[in-house]
Design a protein around this ligand. Sequence first.
Ligand SMILES: Nc1nc2c(c(=O)[nH]1)N[C@H]1C(S)=C(S)[C@@H](COP(=O)(O)OP(=O)(O)OC[C@H]3O[C@@H](n4cnc5c(N)ncnc54)[C@H](O)[C@@H]3O)O[C@H]1N2
Ligand code: MOO
Length: 425
Amino acid sequence: MSDRSLIDDCFLHDKDRLRHHEALEILKDRLRPVAGTEYVALEDAHRRVLAERITAPRDVPAADNSAVDGYAFRHKDHDPAGGFFKLEQRIAAGHPSDREIGPWAAARIFTGALMPPGADTVAMQEDCERHEQDGKSFVIVPHGLAKGANRRRAGEDVKQGTVLLEPGRRLRPQDVAAIASTGQETVRVHAHLKVGLMSTGDEIRRPGTDLPDGGVYDSNHYLLRGLCQSLDVEIEDLGILNDTADRVEAAMRDAAGRCDMLLTTGGASRGEEDHILTSLDQLGERHMWQLAIKPGRPMMFGQIGDCVFLGLPGNPVAAMVCFLLYARPVLSVLGGGPFTEPQRFLVPAAFEVPKKKPDRREFYRGILTSDETGRTAVTKFTRDGSGLITGLREADGLIEIPEEATRVERGALVTFLPFSGMGLG
Ligand SMILES: Nc1nc2c(c(=O)[nH]1)N[C@H]1C(S)=C(S)[C@@H](COP(=O)(O)OP(=O)(O)OC[C@H]3O[C@@H](n4cnc5c(N)ncnc54)[C@H](O)[C@@H]3O)O[C@H]1N2
Ligand code: MOO
């Protein structure tokens, strides 16, 4: 673990602040899953974190069956010129037949119906011709069908005993479908985490109320609520706290007793009106504060008893960037999942930055576009202010510029973190 984990000087140079990768190491080192487990019906399993290994108890599909509506027969009776078969039976899905297909015989068969004994190949009905003669039915099958054509094999999707899903997986619709395909009707998942959301600042007001001079509407609450909902946690709205030390401390103590995690915004830097830091130090332990990143520098991480504490900066852009980079993996681990890193892609820059401060990692708001040749490229939201929700609204993701970079050249490959790879659809 880093020896810079307890830096507490707001006025350090970036090179002395904790770096992004060191912050991730501290988080990984300190975090353990805390959510208990429960059984839920498959109807309620979407987005929950799996707490058991799912193994296929049987082959899926359970037996050979037809992939099309058509005619099933023995391939060896079908010569290169095609075949003329006597229709002897009719097999629909859910109504298997145990009657053997003999030489030059075929069964009318429908998609999903089990192959009759002896048959190994199916011709699609559109490719066949039917004939009625002397009260009997015949079918002419065209030439060129390979042995096994249009037959789905038992176990071709999943073999009995295959591990379908490991614990820790956040279940997507197709994962729930895979569990359903095994016949299992309930599934063990991690219980919802309880997350307290608290906004701070004398100037902050909820929408729907009058805004006094100098007032600011509490956009961060709705930003964090939505971000948390993408992780399916239970949210407790702790409202807005005024900037008085006693109130902030009492509210944090109270919430920490009930919540698995407490997320605050605002009051993270060390102005005289910023009480989050002092309250955390009074009530619990601070594991990090002040990162060499932009935006998001004053973010803090600590714990109050068993409650994990993340103090996000008040500026909305910094709050969102810190949530996606740090709060999201923290919530995932606490909830029984993996430490989720954002997806990263290298994309050509359709912008340039002539001068960037070294020693800190910067995150710009990135908008996908195409360059002159039609290739996908990324451009930067032009203004850098950390209070501009417009940039977040217009962006498709974040552009990550590493510590050592001092400029960005147009056309150079830059790292792009799509919002869709951080749980935001
Ligand atoms: N002397 C220093 N000043 C500042 C530093 C520093 O290191 N030294 N850091 C700057 C950085 S970087 C950031 S980021 C901000 C964040 O500081 P705080 O977390 O203390 O945030 P506040 O001062 O409370 O608010 C900042 C800004 O955000 C607005 N805000 C706050 N809460 C909300 C909300 N719920 N919804 C919408 N907007 C909100 C608030 O009105 C302020 O405009 O500090 C710098 N200063
Ligand atoms: O984190 Mo602040 O938003 O860097 O300005």
